[in-house]
Design a protein around this ligand. Sequence first.
Ligand code: MSP
Length: 522
Amino acid sequence: MQEKFYLTTAIDYVNGAPHIGHAYEKILSDVIIRHKRQLTDNAYMLTGTDEHGIKIQKTAGEKGITPKELCDENFSKFEEAWKELEISYDQIIRTTDEQHKRVVKQIFKKIYENGDIYKHSYKGLYCAGCETFLNPKDLTEDGLCPVHMKKPEEVTEENYFFRLSKYKEKIANHIKTHPEFIQPSIRVNEILNQLENIEDISVSRTKASVQWGIGVDGDDTQTIYVWIDALSNYITAIGYDIENPSEKFNKLWPANVHVIGKDIIKFHSIYWSAILMSLGLPLANTIFAHGWITIDQSKMSKSLGNVIAPHTVLEAFNLEKPDAFRYYMASAALSGKDGNYSDEDFKEKVNADLANNIGNLLNRTLNMLVKYFEGEIKPEFVSNNNSKIAILAENTKKQVIEHFNHYEIAEASNTIVSFADAVNKYVTETAPWSLAKEEKMIECGQVLYNVLEAMRYIAILIHPYCPNIATDILTQLDEKIDFKYDNLVWGKLKQGKITEKDKIKPVFLRLDSEFATDKKKA
Ligand code: MSP
């Protein structure tokens, strides 16, 4: 049992509604936290929304509403989307929360008092999309921001600056001595290279240019830079306070993992590390940078008109539960790599893995149990943990844990599906229907036992991805609904009569099946 596990996600900008890129990260995070909850009682997930800054101010202005009205409107959309996708966060923070604003002011003051913040007159190029100053050498040939393809704004201001350069060596050293700090490790060199050229950064904007933000205590001409405000959410949410940090904070901090997209790794591994060092707080154990999701191989963008909301997918396929979408997204890309969403691929993958591979296996086996044994598992069917499938089940469990420890979420689901594949092969090879025909009833019962016990493993292992399907599988096995890994012990499958003909139902309907179509019509 691990002591505690504290996971945070990036907090999303609320200048628009959530799309499946945002959903990808929250699903990955939810799958991780649900897996951790199977191992410990103290797993905690924080998510939230990033509500300040010039972008929100501008969008609200264009819409003729106040920034807070825009934030409230879009925050509800995020909340609704996460509910529909069954994202089981423990807490959702908004950077407009009073408690957060109060502590961000304290944090700024403390860093200033430490001598790490100073005032400085500055001329720079600001990209509102990134909410950051850009280095002229990072611009495209036409002088545009390479991410947003927009011309950054020339800004001349007197701002507060943070002595980031002071922490350069210390951060590099931390990265080099903590191989688990940046995951996947292919990102390490990129960060070390960026660190080489790091300079002090501006951490405030004048009130004249950015009104929508947290003010600097004692200087009413300045607004705190949105990234300091945003990054601090990881500690303010759980009760950090300079004078009197809460018990919850002491219990949860440092975070075990910050789950973020690859585009914001610099802010987390460099800026956030330096802030924490200045505050004298330990750094998170791991920053896990996932890749990006494209749509039909194109980057999602408003101008291309290909921004998809997660709800649209569930609606298009008439899915009452989010399991299939969760499963597809969580398996869409190997750790840290980019992935793609397409309707066709979605349909194919969930049909193959959830309906054919896992669903049919359970269905066929339960039907055989009814046909040959009136739905009863007899004591003489029970196999010991040396049987081929038992060994495979145990290995699968170990590999899944190992993958999760390395934030290999798609790799873990592939392992589970490969196990289901192997069990399907075992059924074909042992042909329990032939054994029954030959009246080798004990052997036949033993095969069915192995398969159903394997199904119990699959239900528990797949639970973080597909919580409803996992529940349905356990229900059909007449098991109690408990997904803790303590139950992953071979031979625990319930014995006696566990089912009858009309209790057996498909746990996942093929998206193009007659059943599914009928259901759609209904
Ligand atoms: N507000 C900042 C994060 C502050 S964290 C202290 C931000 N917001 S965002 O809304 O632009 O992005 C939120 C998260 O969604 C980021 O981790 C980002 O990488 C992720 N994604 C946004 N679009 C994405 C895809 N198309 N695919 C996968 N993830 C994407 O950055």
